[in-house]
Write a protein that binds this ligand. Structure first.
Ligand code: ZN
Length: 235
């Protein structure tokens, strides 16, 4: 059964949001994508996302007709008010509060607020995001309760129904790879390996089994470990 509601996917061009995009395309009759430019160091992901959209449409004709407009919102102000390793060239490390210094305070709250505003204008009543509190960096704005609270706040504030779907919330990184395989088989996992971007440092670099990246930063480490676990290369 196809869901007639229009879905707006928060689509950064990474592994998680590409899996979410495939998940939405499998379910919804019309799917649009949204990304934010906030001065992130890994700006290369903003270019990867066009390639991913193009490759998805080419490899999965039954999804191509459902894939609608792409949107890019300029959130440069987020770079102005945050002081993190995600937006500045500095070493990525743990802070005293247990969070890595890649944490951009309230990033997902702002993203969801702007996504809801765009969804309202575009007639979309479903937001889809790759937030996950299973294999994650501990960002409190990725947690299920935070997202559910945002869903309630936005639905009330817009006085319109708005559902936030987070298909990866309770999946490990290995299970996210497995979900992609369920949705699109080896063609989709190969597409994700080759074309999506995860590395915080913005490096494409060497091609590993799990894709391109520096192989050292926390995002690369998570992606590599999940891929290895999915492939059964580790216990
Ligand atoms: Zn990296």
């Amino acid at each position: 059964m196809t869901d007639a509601r229009t879905a707006l996917v928060l689509f950064s061009g990474g592994q998680d949001s590409t899996t979410c995009l495939a998940w939405a395309l499998e379910r919804h009759a019309h799917v649009e994508t949204l990304a934010f430019d906030y001065g992130q160091r890994h700006r290369i992901e903003l270019e990867c996302r066009h390639t991913v959209r193009r490759e998805l449409a080419a490899s999965f004709p039954h999804w191509a007709g459902r894939l609608g407009e792409d949107h890019l919102l300029d959130l440069g102000l987020l770079g102005q008010i945050s002081d993190t390793a995600l937006t500045d060239a500095r070493a990525i490390e743990m802070q005293a509060n247990g969070l890595p210094n890649t944490f951009v305070p309230a990033r997902n709250l702002l993203f969801l607020g702007f996504a809801a505003a765009l969804a309202y204008r575009r007639g979309a009543t479903v937001l889809v995001g790759g937030m996950c509190e299973t294999d994650y960096s501990g960002y409190p704005d990725c947690r299920d309760n935070t997202i559910k609270a945002m869903q309630v706040a936005l639905s009330l504030g817009l006085d319109a129904p708005l559902v936030i779907e987070t298909p990866l919330m309770w999946l490990s990184k290995a299970q996210t790879w497995a979900l992609a395989h369920t949705l699109g088989g080896a063609a989709l996992t190969a597409l994700i390996e080759e074309h999506t971007h995860t590395c915080y440092r913005g490096e494409r670099g060497e091609r590993h089994a799990w894709g391109h990246g520096c192989g050292q930063c926390p995002a690369c480490a998570l992606r590599a470990a999940g891929h290895a676990a999915w492939r059964g290369e580790v216990a």
